[in-house]
Design a protein around this ligand. Structure first.
Ligand code: ATP
Ligand code: MG
Length: 407
């Protein structure tokens, strides 16, 4: 087709129509259907198809077609490695005049019986990646002008943009779906845990009562006393786990008052003093003297620090350092406490799981410490974050709004 003013106007209007659809529509199919139809009309072609590259299978899958028979469209999907390489290497637009002897045409017989004599391929490119191809079919072989090539490339870029936009939306949607599922799972788990904990609490209290009564009556020496001692200790442990479960499931609203975070930290350290001494763990403090108060439930926050410090001690096991650092951001709106250990660290594949209830790598761990702590910090509008280097240590950060924060 020879370029003339009216052709250019058609190209321009078509391009505008497609780019408007790309920006205003979230329905990818609708945009691509429009693109193949308008491209065919603007070029006076016979029909067109658009194939999107499936990144998993590396195949070009049919996504939109215009004016081609169902029988022809039923072919495929086809692996188009050669075609993609050619589009990369040669140019964005490839003209295939000899449909019978070109390896890029997979079904020459069918193409010919569709009444097609020439094929024009344009790559759909996005940031140097090929997202698919736009193939235009002509009933007659004819020269292709530069203006037509430019038009096709611009149109193909718009389609690539629509595909990429759709991929982003889908990825975002999957993320949200996953999050919603996770939240739903957690709250179902919470309800179930609360039910079970409640049911088990009473029989446990009975076991504990009768075993401690017997404990008092049996002779001091002998296997009976020892056995009863074990029953009592293990029952206590069960009660403790149940208590933690109930706390977790109850999701208690914090009773917040302005309080010194440094004081709460110190209290938590005192509780674990013995643990640190026994394990030969050195505590290094790097505390900001004028740390603003937090608006917190002191008991709950103490529980968080104890959980984190205990985890740090258990990760070190024997001989190491726990550094406790406190800091406030410049506007004193947020304060943070880092608990850094020189322990075993957390493998990357576990980082996403450690805040889940019941995830534990310890022989006697309930896996509730971090789940409970995460819930408490979240209820304080704060964040509990982790970074870790396996074999070197981990850092847990509790970030909280300060009492000066109007929020
Ligand atoms: N400082 C840390 N260093 C290395 N791994 C850690 C650290 N803190 C937590 N973890 C990992 O995260 C898991 C979950 O921790 P969490 O405190 O929730 O449960 P737990 O310590 O196993 O049991 P619980 O606290 O209920 O007794 C741990 O089992 C451990 O694998
Ligand atoms: Mg723990």
């Amino acid at each position: 087709m020879k370029p003339n003013a009216s052709n250019l106007e058609v190209f321009y209007n078509t391009f505008r129509e497609i780019s408007k659809a790309v920006h205003s529509s979230t329905d990818l199919k609708e945009v691509l259907d429009l693109a193949v139809c308008k491209a065919t009309e603007a070029l006076g072609a016979k029909g067109a198809i658009l194939r999107i590259l499936n990144l998993d299978t590396n195949e070009l899958e049919l996504s939109a077609a215009y004016n081609l028979s169902d029988a022809y469209l039923a072919k495929g999907p086809v692996s188009q490695k050669n075609l993609i390489t050619d589009l990369y290497r040669q140019s964005r637009v490839i003209v295939i005049e000899d449909i019978h002897h070109d390896p890029r045409i997979h079904y020459p017989q069918e193409v010919a019986s569709e009444g097609i004599r020439m094929v024009l391929d344009t790559s759909l490119s996005f940031r140097n990646h090929i997202a698919g191809i736009l193939r235009i079919y002509f009933a007659e072989a004819r020269p292709v002008s530069d203006e037509e090539r430019d038009f096709l490339v611009s149109l193909a870029d718009q389609c690539a943009l629509a595909i990429e936009k759709n991929r982003l939306i889908e990825a975002q949607k999957n993320k949200f779906d996953l999050l919603a599922l996770q939240t739903e799972k957690l709250s179902a788990l919470g309800r179930m845990a609360a039910g079970i904990a409640h049911e088990i609490n009473n029989p446990l209290a009975g076991i504990l009562l009768f075993s401690s009564n017997l404990f008092k009556k049996v002779p001091d020496e002998g296997p009976l006393k020892e056995g009863l001692g074990i029953i009592m200790r293990e029952t206590q442990r069960c009660k403790f786990i149940i208590q933690e479960l109930l706390e977790f499931a109850r999701d208690k609203e914090p009773r917040k008052t302005p309080a010194s975070i440094t004081t709460i930290l110190q209290k938590s350290l005192n509780i674990l003093e013995n643990e640190f001494r026994l394990r030969h763990i050195r505590i290094e403090k790097d505390l900001t003297p004028d740390l603003p108060d937090g608006c917190v439930d002191a008991n709950q926050l103490e529980q968080v620090f104890v959980n984190l410090l205990l985890n740090a001690a258990q990760a070190i096991d024997e001989g190491g350092t726990i550094t406790i650092r406190s800091r406030a951001n410049p506007a004193h709106r947020e304060l943070a406490v880092d608990i850094i250990d020189t322990g075993c660290g957390i493998p990357a594949e576990n980082l996403g799981k450690i805040f889940e209830p019941f995830f534990s790598t310890k022989k006697n761990g309930s896996g509730l410490g971090l789940a409970v702590s995460f819930g408490i910090v979240k209820n304080h509008q704060g964040r509990l974050e982790v970074s870790s280097r396996p074999g070197q240590g981990s850092q847990f950060t509790v970030a909280l709004p300060s009492a000066r924060n109007p929020a």
